[in-house]
Write a protein that binds this ligand. Structure first.
Ligand SMILES: Nc1ncnc2c1ncn2[C@@H]1O[C@H](COP(=O)(O)OP(=O)(O)OP(=O)(O)O)[C@@H](O)[C@H]1O
Ligand SMILES: [Mg+2]
Length: 301
């Protein structure tokens, strides 16, 4: 068995509505794997199926070799879940949130107490152990939920938008913790995100969903080279000027009032700059956000 997660033709219907439409993918052990997609693309639904929180309508799903249809208990014991919404218990303090949750995994009490203190240290909330959850900042709550998902030492950590709404420093801190866990404990991490920098920074591989389907997958760098070419020229406030036509040397795209050009060769883009006089311009390496937007531009549903 080579994969931490193997999904084959995964399907999820809610009544007549198909939220996940026959997707297949594999997640390798010890990698960080990102699921990208617009609101409603099916990211959370896919993660909830992997986490045994929502039964499949059809298809096959194996988690560490266990079959989701038969081995739900085994799968729950090796998966840690950070849901999209903060669902900490507001009546309990920080430490109690971990201790009470540990009963859900039937952890031995002595182990649970030790693990709780270890995790409070790890997420740097030991000093807040007696504080009520309401007194925590958004970033602290998110860190506490990550700690809660790690109580039973899972092999796979699923994080649904782990850093949405957090400030850049806190996001950076969470990224570092996740990377530390992956390296030190060979944890497999699956996360969904709307932040392209998050995916680019953290994941080894990713998939992009739209309307329940996979519209692209692979290694971020390869996707950038395949879908948008190596360099981008962004011209702002360009809407009054004509967009140059896509040709063998570059791709041309309108985005709001901006014009975007992608080329393998930066010199091609430098030439284009002459058409724009003193408009604000930026010549830069292409990034995952370009890939994402380009995929949505070119997708016909
Ligand atoms: N329990 C449910 N009952 C009916 N429809 C649902 C249910 N859960 C999700 N959906 C629908 O399935 C689709 C996919 O939802 P999902 O939550 O998986 O999207 P998402 O990619 O996580 O979006 P977001 O980025 O907004 O979190 C949406 O159209 C949503 O309305
Ligand atoms: Mg979601």
């Amino acid at each position: 068995m080579n994969f931490a997660i193997e999904a084959k033709n995964l399907l999820k219907n809610f009544g007549d509505f198909r939220a996940v439409d026959g997707i297949s993918f594999n997640v390798r052990r010890g990698e960080t794997f990102a699921i990208l997609g617009e609101n409603g693309a099916g990211k959370s639904t896919t993660m909830r199926m992997i986490a045994c929180r929502s039964p499949l309508s059809d298809g096959e799903l194996f988690v560490e070799g266990f079959n989701i249809k038969k081995d739900e208990r085994e799968i729950r014991s090796i998966i840690g879940i950070v849901p999209q919404e903060n669902n900490l218990d507001p009546d309990l303090n920080v430490r109690e949130n971990l201790l009470v949750y540990s009963r859900y995994f039937r952890l031995e009490q002595e182990f649970a107490i030790r693990r709780t203190e270890e995790l409070l240290d790890f997420i740097r909330l030991a000093k807040k152990a007696d504080a009520k959850v309401d007194a925590l900042s958004g970033g602290m709550k998110r860190r506490l939920i990550i700690a809660r998902a790690l109580l039973h030492k899972p092999k796979i950590l699923l994080l649904d938008e782990p850093t949405t709404g957090l400030d850049p420093n806190v996001r950076q801190e969470i990224w570092e913790k996740l990377e530390e866990l992956r390296r030190a404990e060979n944890l497999t991490i699956v996360l969904s995100t709307h932040y392209m920098d998050e995916a680019e920074k953290l994941c080894q591989r990713l998939l992009v969903m739209a309307h329940g389907k996979i519209i692209a997958d692979g290694i971020p760098r390869d996707l950038i080279y395949e879908k948008v070419k190596r360099y981008a020229l962004e011209v702002r406030e360009a809407d009054a000027l004509p967009l140059q036509k896509t040709n063998a040397n570059f791709i041309a795209v309108k985005r709001g009032t901006a014009h975007l050009y992608f080329a393998e060769n930066a010199d091609q883009l430098t030439l284009l700059m002459q058409n724009y006089g003193s408009r604000p311009m930026l010549l830069r390496p292409s990034n995952l956000e370009d890939v994402f937007l380009r995929l949505l531009d070119t997708q016909v549903f």
